[in-house]
Design a protein around this ligand. Sequence first.
Ligand SMILES: NC(=O)c1ccc[n+]([C@@H]2O[C@H](COP(=O)([O-])OP(=O)(O)OC[C@H]3O[C@@H](n4cnc5c(N)ncnc54)[C@H](O)[C@@H]3O)[C@@H](O)[C@H]2O)c1
Length: 360
Amino acid sequence: MGVFTSTGGQDPAGHEQVVFCQDRHTGLKAIIGIYSTALGPALGGTRFYPYTNEDAALNDVLDLSRGMAYKNALAGLDLGGGKAVIWGDPELDKSEALLRAYGRFVQSLGGRYYTACDVGTYVADMDVIARETRFVTGRSVEHGGAGDSSVLTAWGVFQGMRAAAEHVWGSPTLAGRRVGVAGLGKVGKHLTAHLLDDGASVVATDVSESALRWARETYPQVDLVADTAALVAADIDVYAPCALGGALDDDTVATLRARVVTGGANNQLAHPGIDKLLADRGILYTPDYVVNAGGVIQVADEIEGFNFERAKLRATRIFDTTREILRLADAEGVPPAAAADRLAERRMAEVGRLRTIHLS
Ligand SMILES: NC(=O)c1ccc[n+]([C@@H]2O[C@H](COP(=O)([O-])OP(=O)(O)OC[C@H]3O[C@@H](n4cnc5c(N)ncnc54)[C@H](O)[C@@H]3O)[C@@H](O)[C@H]2O)c1
């Protein structure tokens, strides 16, 4: 470790491959982490972020690439898990040359890793990277891409929520339920539309004035509250975190009135013990990486030549996967996150093992 400047902090044992990429001329410093290719080429986005040091960048790529292996396995994709980080400030350091230099490193892996958008990278950036590599998804529709992945992310979250509703209330619908949506961004907006269509009432919050204006103008029936604390304390049946990570911390769990938590945000649990706290309070939590996999399903479909209906069908199956995880969690007496991990590991082991059958 310590390839760029310092000593890496986290042991990358368990990952198949960790690649450090540097191009001094453009200032590119990137790390590509491939956790597993047991199910196929590793797919995961590229995060462009001003990490404080190299250890932070390395730790992030190791965590994120492992998470993608589990997410892709449970999404039923023939894809392994990987992720990349570009260490820099996207506002200051991003340039055509830097992105293209990065694209050449992705290409050099020969298809072991496919990239996509993440924090700090956008569809337009993927189009630039695609000028140097075939192994990129999340491109614009004009370039054969799947476009904005939040469309199927929200659809998948809605499917996971339906499965949770069935588990708790006996019927796979949100009709008559009150759902609290924290974050009316790309995912939260689409999710709000699905919920209202299904007959739910929605109460929401956002820190952005333009998001609140959108809600007032588009859906005047949505109740808006001042902040997430007010939303969590409100009389809601379902809490849908759709803003940043860490939405479920000790204080939130202690005050939450909802029976179900299902949302689009990544990394909702502030620490690993939170799912047990939720379970102890009788709150059903559907693991974020299960229900928000619609986005990766959408961009993964590009590899076959993007077909929206096929991708939507796959994202709809998040209902069945969530249902199976909740059933397994009950049967084995573990929180849903532990059940989800077991299912993902089983698929990686069982399907991954098939590659040991020799083909001439
Ligand atoms: N877009 C996708 O396809 C996708 C896929 C998987 C996971 N996710 C995750 O879902 C979440 C939302 O993604 P998005 O694409 O909608 O992002 P976005 O940036 O479009 O929306 C996020 C919204 O949250 C709001 N917000 C930020 N801090 C807040 C706070 N403290 N309280 C209330 N609102 C707050 C922002 O103002 C913004 O409107 C993120 O955690 C993202 O990582 C997104």
